[in-house]
Unconditional design. Structure first.
Length: 216
């Protein structure tokens, strides 16, 4: 076998491997959704016109999976509009139009925040107290693609092996995360050319206000 045949064989093998890898990437689908069944009990008979009236009660009639209320969101939708609960608003149809979109979760305390960090040229700066986009001199966390950095004088620590809802007290450990390095929050999966958030919680200290954050 001469060098030419060996070269052709190597190229063919690389093409086959590349084709398999491309197929795995294109065929990859995340396991989303749930088989749980929800029951909504209408409370309209008790409405008085006050803004704090309960519209309905929500429960599970079939609970094959353990779902945390902090990871569930509720929206109000009619024939033309979909409105989510947000920070500082009871309901709003404007959510999703800004680079920072907070949505109140079903536990009434946790916010799922979608940050548009698609720009490679500039960061999206986030104020954690108000969950809004802010300028580059008054922010707590900044995002660009997969790069996430804390602001100066903001520190953080990592907590593992505990559910998000169960973490209710400050851990007795050093806050070693600083603005010097980006947060190491994900793993890269070469087989699917995807990133996957690591199963850990960040506690962020911003001027003695503490926030727990989990990237998903």
């Amino acid at each position: 076998m001469n060098l030419k045949q060996i070269g052709i064989g190597i190229v063919s093998l690389l093409l086959v491997i590349g084709g398999i890898w491309a197929f795995m990437i294109n065929a990859y689908e995340e396991d989303l959704g749930t088989t749980n069944v929800f029951i909504a009990e209408d409370s309209s008979s008790n409405l008085t016109g006050e803004k704090n009236n309960s519209l309905f009660g929500l429960s599970f009639s079939k609970a094959d999976e353990s779902l945390e209320w902090s990871k569930l969101r509720i929206s109000i939708e009619n024939a033309t509009e979909k409105m989510d609960c947000s920070k500082g608003n009871f309901t709003s149809k404007e959510i999703g139009k800004a680079k920072v979109s907070p949505k109140l979760s079903s536990d009434g305390m946790t916010f799922t925040v979608i940050v548009d960090a698609t720009s490679e040229d500039e960061y999206t700066h986030v104020n954690l107290d108000n969950l809004i986009e802010t300028h580059d001199t008054n922010y707590d966390v900044r995002f660009s693609k997969t790069d996430i950095y804390l602001s100066e004088n903001i520190t953080g620590t990592i907590v593992e092996d505990i559910e998000f809802e169960d973490l209710a007290t400050l851990p007795n450990q050093e806050f070693t995360e600083t603005s010097d390095e980006r947060l190491d929050w994900y793993d890269y999966k070469i087989t699917t050319h995807r990133i996957e958030a690591e199963d850990k919680i960040y506690i962020i200290n911003a001027d003695e206000k503490y926030y727990k954050i989990k990237f998903i």
